[in-house]
Design a protein around this ligand. Structure first.
Ligand SMILES: [Zn+2]
Ligand SMILES: [Zn+2]
Length: 308
């Protein structure tokens, strides 16, 4: 019997959930942090009760740190039957600890998603070496907007997950779509889903994210049809549609560079015709006359320029 491992990454950023709590004061159907945490615990317990071989890991991601909440070192000796009882208590305890951390100076940081993904991938890698037929996947529950400064580490984690064949599922609870998670789910063949309503998130979790990887083949699940493929430039962390790519390390820049700031490669930049010195035009003239007499049908070759 194959064993399933589900790594849940739960965004507990106080900035994102604070805005939701304000909304919940006027709208009774709005999703508050307490409601979401309760529904997530029901989902985790459902996953554990589905099969006695199922394993779960919970990582909490916060602007100050990413915390490996479950299983802790003390969970090793517990029996499988008791695991669904202790998971509630342990996660609730860690949530209380994180709530007491002062994050007033981390408004622009956002939750440390790359750190949480790295922790999850390391844990999966370790367990895969211990259990041969382990089927692992990750589920990211995100309530915050993307932070462009995290683009490079998040993309590195996505490529690692792709290499390890670990699907990254995403459930986005923020107001706008997440560019990072769209790309993560698309590249790892996971499911990206943004619930249309705040109420009934548990229903979406149970119907979309609970079935194992084998059962997914027989189900009609949300398709990643509108993936935003835009990249973030390495120089200013801006989201760009067209940019310059280093041919050596594939770093993306919004402006032409003479040297790659990531790998240090120096480029031979070919200047446009108008910017070339006059001596270059004089040297090219006889060459054009020679070819004109023998092969006049060949169109003139365009000058190689870097087009933005
Ligand atoms: Zn830039
Ligand atoms: Zn480079």
């Amino acid at each position: 019997m194959s064993s399933d491992l589900l790594v849940v990454i739960y965004d507990v950023s106080p900035f994102a959930w604070g805005a939701q709590s304000e909304k919940a004061q006027t709208d009774p159907n709005a999703l508050s942090f307490t409601k979401m945490s309760e529904q997530l615990l029901v989902f985790i317990n459902s996953f554990l009760l589905l099969n006695r071989e199922n394993r779960v890991a919970v990582i909490l991601t916060h602007p100050s740190k990413s915390l490996f909440a479950y299983p802790g070192p003390e969970s090793k000796n517990e029996s499988k039957r008791d695991s669904h009882v202790t998971v509630d208590a342990i996660i609730s305890e860690h949530l209380k600890q994180l709530a007491s951390i002062d994050v007033s100076d981390k408004k622009d940081t956002g939750p440390l998603l790359s750190g949480a993904l790295s922790l999850g991938l390391c844990y999966i890698n370790r367990l895969k070496s211990e259990i041969s037929n382990l089927q692992a996947r990750m589920l990211v529950l995100s309530a915050s907007s993307d932070v462009s400064s995290q683009y490079v580490p998040v993309m590195n984690c996505i490529f690692s997950a792709q290499k390890q064949s670990v699907p990254v599922d995403s459930c986005v609870l923020a107001n706008e779509d997440s560019l990072f998670l769209q790309q993560a789910s698309h590249l790892t063949e996971g499911i990206y889903f943004k619930p249309p309503l705040d109420i009934g998130v548990l229903q979406y979790l149970l119907t979309i994210f609970l079935p194992d990887l084998v059962s997914r083949k027989y189900m009609v699940l949300p398709q990643n049809s509108n993936v935003d493929y835009r990249a973030t430039c390495f120089c200013h962390r801006n989201v760009i549609e067209v940019g310059f790519v280093c041919p050596v390390c594939l770093s993306v820049f919004c402006r032409a560079q003479t040297q790659c700031s990531t790998c240090g490669t120096r480029y031979m930049v070919v200047m446009p015709v108008a910017a070339r010195p006059k001596v270059a035009a004089v040297r090219r003239a006889p060459a054009k006359q020679t070819f004109a007499s023998s092969s006049s049908s060949i169109p003139p070759q365009p000058d190689i320029t870097i087009v933005e």
